[in-house]
Write a protein that binds this ligand. Structure first.
Ligand SMILES: [Zn+2]
Length: 414
């Protein structure tokens, strides 16, 4: 296969020079720099025998017709957060482009299955706070009523900004038409975490995206004077919350990939001379296994009851948000593992804590897998985000091999 990994790096550097300033990448969705990035990307397609169009939600589709209409989708996102890195999102798009070039050459422009490259619109949600905008419209999980009135920090509404870009918010669900004939989806992304670097590995297979349970927890005790109230009779809401903050660690550590975070604690009245009468905390728990996540939730709830009783307090829980774990396809995980081992010698399987467009595609019932490439220092969403060039090159090689394997997997009679 004539895949040229150095061309991926050259394309990434060219895009950076066009769309980054001294603070990093500025490809915020629906804005002028993002539009410039898309126009640049379209110039890269001119030499290829492909069709292209934007769907109703602003996703850019590039189609190389194959012998079969059944399609392998290759995607990621060109948009970035403000002051973003040079790899998040665009690595996946430009690696897909290189794989597409190789497929055109290998098959004389006519591969056995149709190949469709997709650049998802507004993955980051950086301006309006709505992540996975384009891929959710594709998947049929769009939330138009909730999103219509979203405003950016200048007070501009998402609905109006979309219209200026040529899209009608009431019609974004039409992007679901693109699901027709989709047989598999592949996405390469930087890990954005420290796991592969700690293992000294360039590449990993993503098993799926973790489910999330996110709750507000309020402990209620009794405000009392800090000088006159004996220790034995206090009803200290912070003491109960503090015990829970420590207990969630052993609860999560029972499972290899679970995480649990008490990210916010507020005390009332919150003064130096009063016992805390009310403590409001948040808890965010994640795991790839729904049963594990449910178990952690149960254990955290009963621990909170126990600690509330010990401190003569009461406790209330209310769910802020949750999402089920989204496992990727077992056959594609296996093929991805093989492709990585063939190129890099050794592979590793890991879940993704962050959500990605791939999660929306998988939710729509399309067999999906992601490949991660190591992130230096686990950093992303800032200009220090980086990956060794040799690892980017291995990623491009493994990705191209994987597209070959998935094409055969799609083409095989079932
Ligand atoms: Zn991304």
């Amino acid at each position: 296969m004539p895949v040229n990994p150095k061309r991926v790096i050259a394309d990434l550097e060219e895009l950076r020079s066009l769309t980054a300033d001294e603070h990093g990448a500025q490809r915020i969705a629906w804005g002028p720099v993002w539009l410039k990035a898309q126009a640049w990307f379209e110039t890269k397609l001119e030499a290829l025998p492909v069709e292209r169009h934007y769907d109703a939600a602003g996703n850019l589709w590039v189609t190389l017709r194959g012998t079969s209409d059944r399609a392998l989708l290759l995607g990621s996102h060109l948009d970035s957060v403000p002051n973003g890195g040079w790899l998040d999102g665009c690595l996946g798009v430009l690696t897909a482009l290189e794989a597409l070039r190789a497929i055109v050459e290998d098959y004389n422009g006519r591969p056995p299955v149709t190949i469709r490259l997709v650049d998802w619109a507004d993955e980051e949600g950086a301006r309006f706070g709505r992540s996975l905008f384009g891929s959710s419209a594709f998947a049929g999980t769009q939330t138009i009523a909730a999103d219509r009135g979203r405003t950016d920090h200048d007070g501009d509404r998402l609905e109006d900004v979309l219209r200026e870009c040529g899209f009608d918010i009431d019609r974004i669900g039409d992007a679901g038409k693109e699901r027709a004939n989709a047989a598999a989806y592949l996405e390469l992304h930087i890990e954005q975490g420290p796991v592969l670097e700690e293992l000294g590995l360039p590449l990993g297979v993503v098993l799926g995206t973790k489910g999330v349970e996110r709750h507000a927890i309020t402990f209620l005790g009794q405000e009392a004077h800090s000088g006159s109230t004996p220790m034995a009779v206090r009803r200290d809401a912070l003491a109960a919350a503090a015990k829970l903050a420590l207990e969630i660690r052993p609860i999560a550590r029972k499972h290899p990939d679970s995480v649990a975070t008490m990210g916010s604690v507020k005390t009332f009245p919150g003064i130096v001379t009063a016992v805390v009468g009310r403590c409001e905390a948040t808890l965010d728990m994640r795991d790839l296994d729904a049963a594990v996540l449910a178990q952690m939730f149960d254990e955290a709830q009963s621990a909170s009851q126990r600690f509330a009783e010990q401190e003569n307090c009461s406790v209330e829980w209310s769910r802020i948000w949750n999402i089920d774990p989204i496992p990727f396809h077992p056959d594609l995980i296996e093929l991805c593992d093989q492709a990585i081992r063939e190129v890099a010698g050794v592979s590793h399987r890991l879940p993704s804590g962050p959500l990605h467009d791939a999660a929306e595609v998988a939710r729509a019932g399309i067999p999906t897998v992601m490949m991660f490439v190591q992130s230096l220092n686990g950093l992303s969403h800032n200009k220090a985000e980086d990956t060794k060039h040799e690892h980017l090159e291995l990623a491009a090689l493994a990705y191209a091999r994987l597209t070959e394997k998935i094409m055969h997997w799609i083409a095989q009679p079932s």
